[in-house]
Write a protein that binds this ligand. Sequence first.
Ligand code: NI
Length: 370
Amino acid sequence: MKRETLKTRRNRLKRKKLIKNSTRIAVCVVAALGVITIGWKIGAPFLEKEGGLAKTERPVVEIQAAETEDGSGAAGIAQLAEMTKVPYQAPGWQYDNTGWWYAVSGDTYYQNGFADIDGKTYHFDGSGYISTGWTPIGGKGYYFDENGVYDETADSSMMVALTFDDGPGAHTGELLDTLKQYGAKATFFLQGVNIEQYGGDAISRMAAEGHMIGNHSYDHPDMLKLSAEDAATQFQKTDDLIAQYNNGAGAVAVRFPFGNTSRELEAIAARPCFMWDLDTLDWKKKNAQANAAAVLDNVSPGQIILMHDTYQATVEACQTIIPELINRGYELVTLDTLAAAKGVELQNGVTYYGFSDADIEAGHISDAGE
Ligand code: NI
């Protein structure tokens, strides 16, 4: 009896050791595979350098036309330039320094439409690269995950865009902390003089943390009263300052001081321009509770909310506003995400007012064609 117990115990120990060893081997195998995968992903753009397919160089010689010109139908098939090699096995996924694309054969690829591959739906742009994130296609917003897989369950009906003008200011860092805490994104329209005064640390954070950076002039003049040259200088000085803290890139959007604009100024801005459709008047209230109420009592989906991160009361109000909006089911997004999700392809030199369902239905989202 006793001996049998010992034997059982020994067997159990043996089994334990065996499991431990195989686990160790399995972990090693998984780790090795991981290293190979990561190495391949990092290596891919470099491997591709010879005969690379930069987006601008890619010719579109259609073999099979896309179902629709606006890319909302089945993808077409185009031919690669002579002498250009498909880097990896075809048919199959390919990667180069612009992004992922799909070789249908040794010298053809999908472009300008949707294609089902291995049971998943992808979208290819006019140059044949996959779309990711919210993408406007044929007047509708589609969501593709980071691998480019279409997610038909993604919902843009409860999005709003918080926008902050005139900064950076003494409290912008605190606001960035609050946004980060709740995974919220915002758009900042910056003033050159305040970048000089408060430095660019906040701008580096905005860029790193996925916020959108806009230009709000150098020192907030009424630009309708400026010469074209002076107006251009207002944007240029601020773009140069932003670029110092934003990997060399200036602002991607413009908001005019006081919202005062003209066709000529829009052309000088040469980027999408934005107004707002919920004005908190926080610059007048300077009271956290009143600011929070201004948003929470009036908010509706698709709105562009105007605030100023230069006021402590506004930054304080956001500690209430942001979690409460999320609690109500809102998603706080940048202006470019909001537009894309609503199916709007932003154009340079056009001013956008807001993206509520009513305005979209009425065709009143921008001054394009007015
Ligand atoms: Ni302003």
